[in-house]
Design a protein around this ligand. Structure first.
Ligand code: NAG
Ligand code: NAG
Length: 271
């Protein structure tokens, strides 16, 4: 099996001399103020925003990941290292956003990881130059053998992002596709104490539906077995209208189109 070791090698020596740290920026597409970082060379932006501190602590946050469409894939580690961290992989396929959680205990191909619930927020898009995924991640602060900020949501954390600049996933239609080792990576420090926002609930209120990410490492269902009969057409923009496991109406109201925003598992009505 291919070994993904460059992230390990570099982080081992460099984590204590972290050069970059996150700063606030406003994403003009969503209006969300993120704490994040844009890598000028890789042209990758990563942003985070967390709910206000509470007891017990919330297990969710919003992530933004923006990358050139020419990347084979872009990866993100919210634990900083590749092993024992919650990872995400992102790439465009047919103008759709393919995004899913992964995990690995070692420096080998990370596989799909069950548990995190990902909801793409409406401002997510693929355009001619970039893929922009802005997503709510629930059940995402702890994972097997790790947690965000080592369990302290007011501490410093390391966020790493990686890109494969040339190699496409083997099967780009499949969120759980085999991917090759990344060509490049970078990372930054995230001060979780300043990543909490009182506006959090308004940031997520635009997303009424939640799509569960496929939870097995096997092949995804190739057909969504969407019923052809329609009881009542979803009338609202962003209403779910298809995807893996979805059994409701698949025809949107007049003027709206059912768009597979995250094939194969989530479609929504869009104007
Ligand atoms: C949360 O995620 C973990 C894996 O990190 C999983 O074992 C657990 O079942 C998930 N909980 C819920 C309620 O989905
Ligand atoms: C494409 O998306 C990127 C990243 O969000 C954005 O900076 C750029 O302005 C967009 N281009 C167009 C033509 O909308």
């Amino acid at each position: 099996m291919a070994v993904f070791k460059s992230l390990l090698a570099a982080l081992t020596g460099a984590v204590f001399v972290l050069a970059q740290s996150a700063t606030q920026y406003v994403d003009s597409f969503s209006g969300i103020t993120f704490l994040g970082y844009t890598d000028p060379e890789l042209d990758v932006t990563v942003g985070f925003v967390l709910p206000p501190l509470s007891t017990p602590p919330s297990n969710e946050y919003i992530v933004q990941l923006v990358a050139p469409v020419t990347n084979g894939y872009t990866g993100l580690s919210v634990g900083g290292t590749m092993a024992d961290s919650l990872l995400f992989t992102l790439w465009p396929y047919d103008n759709e956003i393919i995004l899913g959680p992964r995990w690995t205990s070692g420096y080998v191909l990370p596989l799909a990881y069950a548990g995190p619930q990902i909801t793409l927020l409406p401002s997510s898009a693929v355009n001619s130059t970039h893929i922009r995924a802005t997503f709510r991640c629930q059940n995402c602060t702890t994972w097997e053998d790790g947690s965000l900020g080592n369990g302290d949501l007011t501490s410093d954390s390391v966020v790493a992002y990686v890109v494969a600049t040339t190699t496409q996933p083997s099967d780009p239609a499949d969120v759980d596709s085999v991917i090759q080792e990344h060509d490049d990576f970078d990372f930054f420090g995230l001060d979780l104490s300043s990543a909490h926002s009182d506006s959090y609930s308004s940031y997520i209120s635009g997303s009424a539906t939640t799509s569960a990410v496929p939870t097995t490492t096997g092949l995804p269902s190739t057909t969504s077995s969407i019923p052809s009969t329609t009881s009542s057409a979803p009338t609202a923009v962003q209403t779910e209208c298809g995807g893996t496991g979805y059994t409701g109406p698949t025809v949107c109201a007049s003027g709206l189109t059912c768009v597979a925003v995250s094939a194969p598992y989530y479609s929504q009505c869009q104007s």
